[in-house]
Design a protein around this ligand. Structure first.
Ligand code: SF4
Ligand code: SF4
Length: 406
């Protein structure tokens, strides 16, 4: 693995949240306990490992995203998870604090930690450059080091990059390189869940980054293009991590009667050998153990294959918005529909109402233009009823954030 680095003393941090106020969207996802998923002892397991590109780090194919998951972090690490991904963007930096606290008694050389500065909320590249100066980027990096209470972050990402010019922005590259040379950031990366193929290629060709964290799932409308870009990047030595493998969690919409077969969806992403590891998040031990079983066997059973084809030919449109932006020019009000659909997915799919509420802060909802439209002129690439979803999720804007969990 890597040289041992010191984890400094950490401050205590406890976040409390109120649950229950918003009823259905606050209800936790509970999966039926399956005894076959209980973890055998770590020594008995034969996990599949892949090397994270030129970083040389060998990782089990399943890693972990920490959003709202600090409760199962110790369990995950004990069971063999090595790489954990968090973000300064999650719960306003509090996930980094909580995660730092959770791992404070573990040797850093047993864990590979990734974190990021979030840039997804800006639709235009110029907005990012204006909002995040090089000084601000430095503040973010220092803030993550402090909140995690570490001397070195293993992988530091520019998070949610959707514009090629941001991945290539010289002033940012200079700061990142400076921190890497100083040993505070071990490897550099970008995360992308919009315009992925272009970002993956730009990041690869920049010669600065080591790792790409990309959205990748069987429901992405541009999955073939992502697959090609990932092959290109991996071929050039980039480490590739997959996120959003859960594809919105449900086949249907807010009724949530048809859950996607999460194990099959994770296997689908990891069957691409250019994906070195994936970072699903686990809310409970059942979800963790289900993912652990994927680490040993990637073969899709006939039933799992059938499950992944559920959406073919039926009217179920699900919750996953691919962020393709094809809707934006169709709306006369120029509504930021992709961000609203992202919020909808967080609320109803991932059951993270606080994150959904925070996401809405980036859309001007002082007036909801859909109210003035008799019919919606937008034809969504994923078949969403846009007007219904927009008016539904916009109600969350009126719920005070402190009442929401996740
Ligand atoms: S709402 Fe539909 S058209 Fe718009 S970004 Fe999402 S998937 Fe694409
Ligand atoms: S109803 Fe459709 S076209 Fe009208 S404002 Fe809403 S999204 Fe735009």
């Amino acid at each position: 693995m890597r040289e041992k680095t010191k984890i400094k003393g950490r401050r205590n941090f406890i976040k409390t949240g109120l649950t229950g106020l918003t009823g259905a969207i606050l209800a936790p996802t509970l999966t039926k306990k399956d005894k076959s998923l209980l973890p055998p002892q770590k020594k008995d397991r034969k996990f599949i490992y892949r090397t994270l590109g030129k970083t040389g780090i060998k990782l089990p194919i399943v890693s972990m995203g920490t959003y709202d998951a600090t409760g199962v972090t110790n369990l995950a690490l004990d069971a063999g998870i090595v790489h954990i991904d968090t973000s300064a963007d999650y719960n306003e930096g509090n996930d980094e604090r909580m995660f730092g606290q959770v791992i404070k008694n573990r040797p850093h050389d047993s864990i590979v930690i990734g974190t990021s500065i979030g840039m997804w909320q800006f639709r235009q590249a110029e907005q990012i450059k204006n909002a995040i100066s090089v000084e601000k980027l430095r503040e973010y990096i220092e803030g993550s080091l402090e909140r995690l209470d570490m001397d070195t972050i293993d992988i530091y990402y520019l998070g949610g990059v959707q514009h090629k010019e941001i991945a290539e922005h010289e002033p940012y590259l200079k700061v990142l390189t400076e921190y890497k040379k100083a040993g505070k950031l071990r490897f550099l990366g970008v995360t992308t869940h919009k315009n992925e193929p272009e970002i993956i290629r730009a990041a690869t060709d920049s010669g600065v980054y080591d790792v790409i964290l990309t959205a990748y799932n069987f429901r992405k409308t541009n999955r073939d293009e992502i697959k090609e870009a990932v092959a290109y990047a991996a071929g050039k030595g980039m480490g590739i991590v997959a996120m959003k493998t859960q594809a919105g969690v449900y086949w249907d919409t807010r009724e949530k009667k048809k859950m996607i077969n999460m194990k099959a969806a994770l296997k689908w992403a990891l069957q691409d050998e250019n994906i070195h590891t994936a970072i699903p998040s686990f809310k409970n031990s059942d979800q963790l153990y289900e993912a652990l079983s994927v680490m040993e066997n990637l073969e899709l059973t006939p039933q799992e294959k059938a499950d992944l084809q559920l959406n073919q030919g039926n009217s179920s449109t699900g919750l996953f918005c691919s962020q393709c932006e094809k809707c934006v020019p169709q709306c006369p009000a120029n509504l930021d529909i992709p961000t609203l659909m992202r919020s909808y997915m967080y609320a109803y799919g991932y059951e993270r109402p606080a994150k959904a509420r925070k996401t809405l802060d980036h859309v001007d909802l002082s007036h909801i233009p859909c109210i003035d439209c008799d019919t919606c002129s937008v034809v969504c690439a994923s078949g969403f009823d846009i007007k219904r979803k927009v008016t539904d999720i916009a109600r969350l804007k009126d719920v005070p954030e402190e009442f929401l969990a996740g």
